[in-house]
Design a protein around this ligand. Sequence first.
Ligand code: DGI
Ligand code: FE
Ligand code: FE
Length: 199
Amino acid sequence: MYREEYAAYVTLIQQRLSAKRFAHSMNVAKEAVLLARRCGADEKKAYLAGVLHDVMKEESPQVQMAVMRRAPEPWDPVTLSARPLWHAKAGAVFCQQELGITDRDVLNAIAYHTTARANMSPLEIALYLADYIGEDRHYDDVDIMRDKTRRSIHEGMRYALIYTITDLARRGKAIHADTLGAYNQVVLSERKDDSCEQK
Ligand code: DGI
Ligand code: FE
Ligand code: FE
């Protein structure tokens, strides 16, 4: 779709990731473009964010933490304690500092692709949902998740957040305040339409 324009990033991702994770990244990029179109987000930015979102995923926790620590602000205790969150934060720092990406919306979409947060931009929502419904995804409720998202972005967000929070709580994991913030906003909002506006 935008593969030629971003060929250098696609090659970088292919070199840094396993074949499986590379395929996932390309699926997410494709799906993010379709969702961006529906939400009125920039399709090119959605493609770029999709390609790069898991760039740090296969680095060791030590490397992820070292990259994260290059951010100007300190990280909160839950982020520091929850390893699955590190690749998202390190990914945004890497894209900014090493790849020279300056677009704040793209960097935020990567930084928040794992936790979500309240007041997400349409681009952030497109990437967050794309990560759940890409072709390579296989988890118990993936068909329901795809169906809900097909019907409405709001329903997709609602289902994804309920699924994630329930799963984390069942496993006794810490839940980041940003995830709870996203959840509360979605369940308190009455919207049932296909808009990405969360207000
Ligand atoms: O990188 P992917 O596998 O494509 O997907 P992802 O970036 O959404 O990561 C999913 C993992 O992140 C999964 O193991 C659940 C975990 N996770 C998501 N939100 C939270 C979380 N873990 C903790 N501890 N707290 C959260 O709020
Ligand atoms: Fe991820
Ligand atoms: Fe992912």
